[in-house]
Design a binder for this molecule. Structure first.
Ligand SMILES: *Cc1c(COP(=O)(O)O)cnc(C)c1O
Length: 389
């Protein structure tokens, strides 16, 4: 049985959790949280990193920080996870859905400018599959109209755009450590702040609207309620688990990339035969192998392929129901243009299993099944016997 995902454990998680327990502080912002924040600041190069209990929480903090008010518009793709939109809708914001590019499935930067109105407050590029959006163009447009850029880098840890880490380029960046992502904490995330003027308020919003962070640093003598806020920080147990993962981030990414490239090589011929289309990665992007997907001819083919793989013990999945076609998306958002690429690819995309322990044998097995399904003969040089399954 090949599951779609299998969370990888480095072996140090339990040791760090035991240590956190022994230290006696289990609530947030203890030594493990600080080390996670420092890891992010060092590896991403952001001005300030604040661990959160999810990427959703980091997106909600972004909406609060940017003072999104009822009727304010936020430009984003429709082809994304619900939290991208929901975080802003909670503040009364209106998601304005823009179509995606056919190659990367990221927001089409050439359709953003015409979606801007006097009510536009932010652009939220989502780095799909850990492959960067065209950030230079997006930043230029944002600068021209004085709107903020919030990177939804939920899938983008360890990825880069022209050499700069994702989450480092917008005003704010949001990453996820959910168990389905590359580096995990069960549930977890971080807000990456690239503007010094937003740091103090971010700390307050994260700590229930209090000046607790300042109080603990000895900068104020009273701990009190000063602004809007909620509880957005994780406890130390989660941070201890996450630090063990962060310390192995390079190795985890390298292993995923090895499997990603194997998929890509094995499926080349199937693409040449016209049965599938493989992912596209622009030259200026180094990605983190968050996802391997294929695009098939149509919805019927995808449904049949999922059933075929399942019958052979392989669990493959699809996403997303485009937000503009969802009940809440229709109620809270609006579309900019026809969203024809989004409508087209959402019915044809299939994600294949990809996790640390999948191995060369696992990838080869899945690819052989794909060739069989499409009645194309599997390239001899890649067969089990050749790779030593
Ligand atoms: C996973 C994901 C999120 C949400 O992350 P959580 O940490 O589960 O809140 C948001 N946006 C995108 C694009 C995601 O893939």
């Amino acid at each position: 049985m090949i599951p779609f995902n299998k969370p990888y454990l480095t072996g140090n998680e339990i040791r760090y959790i035991t240590d956190a327990h022994a230290r006696g502080q289990l609530s947030g912002d203890g030594p493990y949280t600080k080390r996670c924040n420092e890891w992010l600041e060092r590896n991403i190069g952001c001005h300030k990193a604040l661990l959160t209990h999810s990427c959703t929480a980091a997106l909600e903090m972004s909406a609060l920080l940017l003072e999104i008010r009822p009727g304010d518009e936020v430009i984003m793709p429709s082809y994304t996870f619900v939290s991208t939109a929901n975080a802003f809708v909670l503040r009364g914001g209106v998601p304005v859905f823009v179509d995606i590019r056919e190659d990367t499935l990221n927001i089409d930067e050439n359709q953003i400018e015409s979606a801007i109105t006097p009510r536009t407050k932010a652009i939220v590029p989502v780095h799909y599959a850990g492959v960067a959006c065209e950030l230079d163009t997006i930043k230029t447009i944002a600068g021209r109209y004085n709107v903020a850029v919030v990177e939804d880098a939920a899938q983008g840890i360890m990825s880069r755009y022209k050499g700069t880490a994702l989450g480092r380029i917008g005003d704010l960046g949001c990453v996820s450590f959910h168990e389905t992502k590359n580096i995990i904490a069960g549930e977890g995330g971080a807000l990456l702040i690239n503007r010094a003027d937003l740091v103090e308020r971010a700390e307050i919003i994260r700590e229930k609207g209090t000046n607790r962070s300042k109080f603990y640093r000895g900068e104020v003598d009273k701990y009190t309620w000063v602004d809007l806020g909620s509880s957005y920080l994780p406890g130390e147990i989660v941070a201890a688990f996450l630090l063990a993962q962060m310390e192995r981030a390079a190795e985890i990414t390298a292993q995923r990339l090895k499997l990603w490239h194997l998929y890509h090589e094995l499926l080349e011929q199937l693409e040449e035969e016209g049965s599938v289309r493989r992912p596209r990665v622009p030259e200026m992007c180094t990605h983190n192998a968050h996802m391997y997907y294929v695009l098939v001819r149509d919805l019927e083919t995808r449904t049949a392929l999922i059933r075929y793989l399942k019958a052979h013990d392989v669990h493959a999945v699809f996403h997303y129901v485009p937000l503009h076609s969802s009940p809440a998306g229709k109620r809270f958002g609006r579309c900019h243009g026809q969203l024809s690429v989004t409508n087209d690819i959402s019915g044809r995309l299939l994600r294949l299993p990809l996790y640390y322990e999948l191995g060369v044998g696992g990838v080869t097995y899945v690819c052989e099944l794909l060739y069989k399904f499409f009645s194309v003969s599997f390239p001899e040089r890649f067969s089990y016997a050749q790779v030593g399954y």
